[in-house]
Design a protein around this ligand. Structure first.
Ligand SMILES: O=C(O)c1ccccc1N[C@@H]1O[C@H](COP(=O)(O)O)[C@@H](O)[C@H]1O
Length: 219
């Protein structure tokens, strides 16, 4: 009987702003790319800027729109312009707001949960039933961006999670540590932004390729 290859984690490359980065993610067989709709981010795109990238990605890779406490008007514009396949909420969105957006846009919603201490993992339970996927990310210092800072958290805190819902791991992941992160946490999805950049907001195609190869080497 043939032995099936061990499944590896799904891959999201976040903060894509150029056709070159998008093509690198597709060539490296990533599963999703992220478009950031958050003005303070060095990876910010307007819906108009995201539109040609969304068209180029259509049917080739999943398109996730990242929002931070955004209003409905921005989300609606981004969904229509970039043809988003999922929404990632990376701010203070409550479980009720998360469920509301899922119903309003009819798209899967990923909710980022900032983690610094064990109680932060338990907090995620409030979003079960409201979010389609829980994304654990490192809590960032007050006054900085709520993500995309290349900061990792203590992965041993995830021992309390026990796969209670679809989930993923983000925060400080790069080619050098992603295989270890998968081995230690068993995460079914990894998400990276600054770990595949040469400078904030500048994606490096070679780092994208190395990241995806490192994920596959963990399978
Ligand atoms: O990428 C950004 O600029 C960003 C801005 C605001 C919120 C989240 C953001 N990115 C997300 O943060 C995590 C971790 O990023 P990193 O790999 O540590 O740089 C990831 O989910 C990004 O999608």
């Amino acid at each position: 009987m043939p032995i099936a290859p061990a499944p590896t984690a799904a891959i999201k490359i976040c903060g894509v702003t150029t056709p070159e980065a998008l093509d690198a993610a597709i060539a490296a067989r990533a599963d999703h790319i992220g478009f950031v709709f958050f003005a303070r981010s060095p990876r910010n795109l307007t819906p108009r800027e995201a539109a040609p990238l969304g068209e180029r990605a259509a049917g080739r890779i999943g398109r996730v729109g990242l929002f931070v406490d955004a209003d409905d008007a921005l989300i609606a514009e981004a969904v229509a312009a970039a043809g988003l396949d999922a929404l990632q909420l990376h701010g203070e969105e409550s479980p009720a707001r998360t469920a509301e957006l899922r119903a309003r846009f009819g798209l899967p919603v990923w909710k980022a949960i900032p983690v610094a201490a064990v109680g932060d993992i338990a907090r995620a339970a409030a979003w079960l039933g409201a979010a389609d996927l829980i994304l654990f990310d490192a809590k960032t210092p007050r006054g900085t961006l709520p993500g995309g800072m290349g900061l990792a958290f203590d992965w041993t805190l995830l021992a309390d999670w026990r796969n209670r819902a679809p989930w993923g791991l983000a925060g400080g992941l790069g080619p050098a540590n992603v295989a270890e992160a998968i081995a230690r946490t068993g995460t079914p999805l990894v998400d990276t932004s600054s770990g595949v950049e040469s400078a904030p907001g500048i994606k490096d195609p070679q780092l994208i390729a190395r990241f995806c190869a490192a994920v596959r080497s963990s399978g």
